[in-house]
Design a protein around this ligand. Sequence first.
Ligand SMILES: Nc1nc2c([nH]c(=O)n2[C@H]2C[C@H](O)[C@@H](COP(=O)(O)OP(=O)(O)OP(=O)(O)O)O2)c(=O)[nH]1
Length: 130
Amino acid sequence: MKKSIKVVAAIIENDQREILCALRSPRMSMGNLWEFPGGKVEVGEDLFFALEREIQEELSCTIQPLEIFDEHSHEYESFIIHLVAIKAKLLNGFPIASEHSKLVWLKRENLLSLNWAPADIPAVEKLLGE
Ligand SMILES: Nc1nc2c([nH]c(=O)n2[C@H]2C[C@H](O)[C@@H](COP(=O)(O)OP(=O)(O)OP(=O)(O)O)O2)c(=O)[nH]1
């Protein structure tokens, strides 16, 4: 049976209505694909707390999670992901990539120009329709 993982991902929007997109590095699993920054939820962990923790670890800044925007399961070849995309705002600091290869802020209409992790497509499409 395939392993199931629960992952939280932050949809962070700036004052210009641009959304933060992160490129997974070639060293990471699913390398060279774009994602919303975040990571795996630990057992028993609150989703918003997990998101704050992951963003602090990965981007060295503080966010405030606002609301769950989209939840989807996606079956990859070797595991099943339950991806919870959560809208969030920057509270302190500015995102700095430590694990990712690149961070970009994009307007909604440009989001589909990136090569997204397949599990993220429903959330990206929902953002386009907002
Ligand atoms: N963070 C994140 N991961 C995503 C997204 N879409 C998607 O398919 N994934 C996949 C990539 C990874 O296989 C998995 C998340 O693992 P991760 O490596 O980012 O999480 P983590 O920091 O907790 O991992 P770890 O190295 O500490 O074990 O989910 C997304 O939008 N954000």
